[in-house]
Design a binder for this molecule. Structure first.
Ligand code: FE2
Ligand code: FE2
Length: 169
């Protein structure tokens, strides 16, 4: 494993996949909170925050589906939880797609946002409790470190270069 993989975002090579996923979850919560606290008329800010939320969620879910869930899925005791997680991702992705036809100052936009926030929070919480619990049990320590390296690389590659500076990093 090349050593440069962990150097750009952290000085510690010891961060495991749980630390990284939890950090992403916190950022998603922060963005939902900022959006919910913004007035409906703050359209430019809402658009920017939502674009960041959407991108972060997509990259996060994609990373989990590529590097976290497949390893877990092989363990019988984790299987049901993982299958449920894939379904929840699908619902979130489908919902994200439905925002495209609406303006951020449309009243349906905020209604939709609330439903998405509730649904995503349910998923994050379940992941942090039930999925992480079974994952800590079935995954080897070096697997959780290796996944962290792969996940960080995925995030770097997944981030669209055209987007402006992040609002929360
Ligand atoms: Fe997830
Ligand atoms: Fe997650």
């Amino acid at each position: 494993m090349p050593t440069h993989e962990t150097t750009s975002h952290t000085s510690s090579a010891e961060r495991n996949i749980f630390d990284l996923l939890k950090q992403d979850h916190e950022k998603v919560r922060y963005l939902f909170d900022r959006i919910e606290k913004s007035g409906r008329k703050a359209t430019a800010s809402l658009e920017k925050l939502f674009a960041e939320l959407e991108e972060d969620l997509e990259i996060h879910m994609d990373g989990e589906e590529r590097f976290f869930y497949p390893a877990l899925e092989q363990h019988e005791e984790a299987r049901d939880q993982v299958l449920e997680s894939y379904e929840e991702h699908m619902v979130a992705k489908t919902m994200l797609g439905t925002f495209k036809s609406l303006a951020v100052d449309d009243e349906r936009w905020s209604a939709k946002l609330k439903v998405l926030a509730t649904m995503v929070e349910h998923h994050l919480k379940e992941e942090e409790t039930e999925v992480f619990k079974v994952a800590r049990k079935v995954l080897e320590r070096n697997q959780t470190l290796e996944m962290a390296v792969q996940f960080m690389r995925h995030k770097r590659e997944g981030r669209r270069p055209s987007r402006g500076a992040s609002v929360a990093e």
